[in-house]
Design a protein around this ligand. Structure first.
Ligand code: F0G
Length: 456
C-alpha cells in the first residue's frame, strides 16, 4: 500500500478548544504578542515544541505502574540504567530532570572562563549553560547549512576545516570538549552523518579533546543515517545508534524528545574522574544518583520510550508526516528549510518577507500570524532567539530567520496536519500584511521566552 498509517490507534482523547479569530486576537494581545505567554488551552494545534509533548504508549503507561519510588537503588533505576547502557554503551549514567540539567552539570564541572566549546550548532539552553560559566559557545555548521535551499542529505554536519582552524587558533587546552547535536535542531532538524561524526572524532582524537553528543533526537538521526547514508540500509536503528555513541566520550540527553517521555534526561560519560565530579553536583542539584531529578515511574517510562523511539515503523510514520507537509507546502511555493528535517518544518522567513528589516523580527510576525489565522502555535528561531549585542551594544541579527513548527510525537492526526496546511496557506497568501514588531521589555538572558512585543 502507498498510504503510510499511524502505527498505533487511540484509546484516550484530550479535547481541543476551537477558538474564533476574535478570541485569538484578544489572547495574543493579553500575551504581549509573545506566544510563549499564551495559555496552552488557547492554542488549538500546539507546535511550540516536540519536547515533552508526545503521547506515551500502552507499554509506557503499564511500566509507570511498576515505578519503584525507593530513594536509592530502585528497580526502576535498574531498568533505566540497562536501557541507557544498551543504547549508549557508556560506563557512567546519571538521570537528570531534563536535558538542560545534564548540560548544566557538564558545564559547571568541566568549564573555566575563556574556554571554547565548538558544536555543529548549540541549542539555546546549551549555549546559555556554557556562557553562564564564562566560556564561549561556538557554532561550526557545515557550509550547506547556511543555504536553506540546498538539497544536501546531511546538513547537520560540522565544518571539519572550521574545527581544525578553531583548535589551531585557540589550542586544545582551551577546548575541554566539543559537542555534536544530533539532529541539529536549530539548523533545521537536519541530520549528522556517521562519516562526519567519525571525522570529528578523528580530529578531536589528534588533540585528545573529548566528544560529547547532544543526543536529544538520536533515534531520528539514526533513521536518517539508515535512509540516506550508504552502507546502513540493512542495519537496525539500535545498531546505528550504538555506533554513533561509540564515537563519543559522553552525551547529554533530553528524554522529552527521543525518550518519548514527558519529562527526563540524562548525562553519561566514560571517564571515571569526570563521573566523580558529575555525581557530586548531581546529588546537590538533582538528587541521589539512582533517580536524579526523576520519579521511579518517569525512569520506567523513559526506559521503554528510548527503545520505542528506535522502532523502525514508528520512524517511518514520523518522517512521512514531515515529508507530507513539505510536499504540500512546496507545491504552494512556501519557502522552507530543505530537505525535510526530523521533527519539524522550518519556514524560511527571510525568503517569505525579504524586504522586512530583521531587527523588526519578521519571524515573530509570522508566528503571530499563524496563531491569529488558526490558533497554531509555532516558535521563532531567528533574531529574537539568536540575535546578539556586539561589544558596542549594537544589536546584530541572526544569520537565519526561521519559524519552526515542531511536531509532538504520536499526538496529531492527518486531519490536524491538513488543517495546518490551510492555516499556513492563508498566512502565505496574506504575507504582505504581516507587521514588524518591536520589543518593549526583555530580560538579559534567553529573552525569547518572556519578552514583550508590540506590532509596529
Ligand atoms: N539540546 C537540544 C538539541 C534541544 O533541542 C533541547 C531542547 C535541549 C538540548 C534541552 O533539553 O528541554 O530537556 O532541557 N529543545 C526543546 C525544543 C525545548 O523545543 O527544541 P530540555
Amino acid at each position: 500500500m502507498r498510504t503510510i498509517i499511524e502505527p498505533f490507534r487511540i484509546k484516550m482523547t484530550e479535547p481541543l478548544k476551537i477558538t474564533s479569530a476574535k478570541d485569538r486576537a484578544a489572547a495574543l494581545e493579553a500575551a504581549h504578542h509573545n506566544v510563549f505567554l499564551l495559555d496552552a488551552e488557547d492554542c488549538c494545534i500546539d507546535l511550540l515544541t516536540d519536547s515533552g509533548t508526545g503521547a506515551m504508549s500502552t507499554e509506557q503507561w503499564a511500566a509507570m505502574m511498576l515505578g519503584d519510588e525507593s530513594y536509592a537503588g530502585s528497580r526502576s533505576w535498574k531498568r533505566f540504567e540497562a536501557s541507557v547502557a544498551e543504547i549508549t554503551g557508556m560506563k557512567h549514567i546519571f538521570p537528570t530532570h531534563q536535558g538542560r540539567a545534564a548540560e548544566g552539570i557538564l558545564a559547571a564541572c568541566v568549564l573555566k572562563p575563556g574556554d571554547i566549546i565548538p558544536n555543529n550548532s548549540h541549542f539555546d539552553t546549551t549555549r546559555a549553560n556554557i556562557e553562564y560559566c564564562g566560556a564561549i559557545a561556538l557554532n561550526l555548521p557545515c557550509a550547506e547549512a547556511f543555504d536553506t535551499q540546498a538539497e544536501a542529505p546531511f546538513k547537520g554536519n560540522m565544518d571539519i576545516a572550521g574545527l581544525r582552524a578553531c583548535i589551531a587558533e585557540h589550542g586544545a587546552g582551551k577546548i575541554p570538549f566539543a559537542m555534536m547535536t544530533v539532529t541539529n535542531n536549530t539548523g533545521g532538524g537536519q541530520p549528522v552523518s556517521m562519516a562526519n561524526l567519525r571525522d570529528v572524532r578523528a580530529v578531536l582524537s589528534e588533540h585528545k579533546i573529548p566528544l560529547i553528543i547532544d543526543a536529544c533526537r538520536f533515534a531520528e538521526n539514526a533513521y536518517f543515517v539508515r535512509e540516506r547514508e550508504p552502507g546502513y540500509r540493512d542495519r537496525e536503528l539500535l545498531d546505528i545508534a550504538q555506533e554513533m555513541f561509540s564515537l563519543a566520550d559522553g552525551a547529554t540527553m533530553s528524554c522529552k524528545k527521543d525518550g518519548l517521555a514527558n519529562i527526563g534526561g540524562f548525562l553519561v560519560c566514560r571517564d571515571d574522574e569526570w563521573a566523580e565530579r558529575f555525581r557530586s553536583l548531581l546529588i546537590l542539584r538533582e538528587g541521589f544518583p539512582t533517580y536524579g531529578g526523576l520519579a521511579g515511574r518517569d525512569l520506567e517510562a523513559i526506559a521503554v520510550g528510548l527503545k520505542e523511539a528506535l522502532g523502525y515503523d514508528y520512524q517511518v510514520y514520523r518522517h512521512a508526516t514531515v515529508e507530507y507537509m513539505m510536499t504540500r507546502l512546496t507545491a504552494m511555493g512556501v519557502p522552507m528549510v530543505r530537505p525535510a528535517g526530523g521533527h519539524a518544518i522550518f519556514l524560511d522567513v527571510r525568503q517569505m518577507l525579504p524586504d522586512m528589516d530583521p531587527l523588526t523580527y519578521p519571524g515573530i510576525g509570522v508566528v503571530n500570524a499563524l496563531y491569529l489565522a488558526g490558533g497554531v502555535r509555532a516558535v521563532e528561531l531567528g533574531s529574537v532567539m539568536f540575535g546578539h549585542f556586539d561589544s558596542d551594544g549594537v544589536e546584530q541579527p541572526s544569520p537565519l530567520e526561521l519559524v519552526r513548527l515542531a511536531f509532538p510525537r504520536r499526538v496529531y492526526t492527518q486531519s490536524h496536519f491538513d488543517y495546518l496546511i490551510e492555516v499556513i496557506e492563508q498566512v502565505w497568501r496574506e504575507r504582505n500584511r504581516i507587521p514588524g514588531h518591536r520589543i518593549t521589555q526583555q530580560p538579559k538572558m534567553l529573552r525569547h521566552f518572556t519578552c514583550h512585543f508590540e506590532p509596529i
